[in-house]
Design a protein around this ligand. Structure first.
Ligand code: ATP
Length: 312
């Protein structure tokens, strides 16, 4: 009897920005406790997983050349982690993965984490696993602290290393302009720079996240704009001083406010509405302060199968 080969599964997965990122002091193990508010944005990657005799990984799109195709790729780590969790081994795990990247690599938008989350969701459908999103989130947390959020999407408060999530009510669609820098920034390097800045002085820290939660519930972008804050911004700007100019240019172009997303170097600009975002994007693109510009909105859902009968 011929074995039935299941059709490939494609998953779309959002990027994230941090509307608020409070970073605690370095712990003895080198990690930092975080309090962050994530929002999932419509700038996405697409991940296709297919059963195959010849496993492999292809990467296309934004920054494809700098993405490892070896087992260092977070998508491979997701395959391994899920297979171990459900006790699959050998030939059963042979998959071909195609990553179509819209999210810039090492941009502070958690693109690698997004691909890991998408791979978990794609394989759950491909392998017809009876597994809940919460169970997947447990596996996701072992892969990286931003991976669980990419599964759920929306807007959420993250604590611990960012992996302990509580949804946050967000009443409005917020419109963003994203400015991509020429090159990525290494997340560990940015944390190291923050530790150095704190050892040398006392850079200002963001306050409580409570007002941000209130602004999200009110749905008023002007209120939210006053509260965007990121403890990693000073470190990212210290390593990449040109970001100061990018942040200024976005506000000069008409954005309500700008912030470095996560460890940077992507800058995210909050705009009044969709029309204003298009205007800000056009002006920023002409200002020569960044490699490229995208508009996006949020919140959007987490990793989802697209098309086909497997879509939940
Ligand atoms: P974070 O803020 O979560 O650290 P980031 O958005 O700044 O992430 P990523 O795009 O996730 O950065 O990439 C960080 C590094 O991870 C890259 O330099 C790359 O070597 C590695 N990496 C592993 N898997 C992937 C993947 N699927 N896509 C992109 N980068 C990947």
């Amino acid at each position: 009897m011929l074995a039935v080969v299941p059709p490939p599964v494609t998953v779309r997965v959002p990027s994230k920005i941090n509307l608020h990122l409070s970073v605690g002091d370095a712990r003895d193990d080198g990690y930092h406790d975080l309090t962050t508010i994530f929002q999932a944005l419509s700038l996405t990657d697409e991940v296709t997983v297919a059963a195959t005799e010849e496993p492999g990984l292809e990467v296309h799109g934004e920054g494809a050349k700098s993405v490892p195709t070896s087992e260092d790729n977070l998508a491979w780590r997701a395959v391994q982690a899920l297979a171990e969790h459900v006790g699959r081994s050998g030939d059963e795990n042979k998959v071909h993965i195609v990553l179509r990247k819209g999210i810039p690599v090492a941009g502070g938008l958690a693109g690698g984490s997004a691909d890991a989350a998408a791979t978990l969701v794609g394989l759950s459908a491909l392998w017809r696993l009876d597994i809940s999103r919460d169970e997947l989130a447990g596996i996701a947390a072992t892969l990286g602290s931003d991976v669980p959020f990419a599964l759920y999407g929306g807007t959420a408060l993250g604590t611990g290393r960012g992996e302990q999530l509580v949804p946050v009510l967000s009443r409005h669609v917020f419109h963003w302009v994203l400015a991509f820098d020429q090159r990525g920034l290494s997340t560990p390097r940015v944390y190291g720079e923050l530790d150095r800045l704190r050892a040398d002085g006392d850079p200002p820290r963001v306050g409580s996240h409570d007002p941000v939660v209130e602004a999200l519930a009110s749905g008023d972008p002007r209120q939210l704009a006053l509260l965007l804050g990121n403890d990693l911004q000073a470190a990212a700007v210290s390593l990449r001083p040109g970001l100061r100019r990018t942040l200024r240019a976005g506000v000069n172009a008409g954005a309500l406010a700008g912030t470095v997303s996560g460890s940077g170097p992507t800058c995210a600009f909050l705009c009044e509405d969709a029309e204003s975002a298009l205007e800000v994007a056009a002006e920023l693109a002409g200002a020569g302060v960044c490699r490229t510009v995208r508009v996006a909105h949020g919140p959007v859902p987490g990793a989802r199968v697209v098309g086909g009968e497997d879509a939940p």
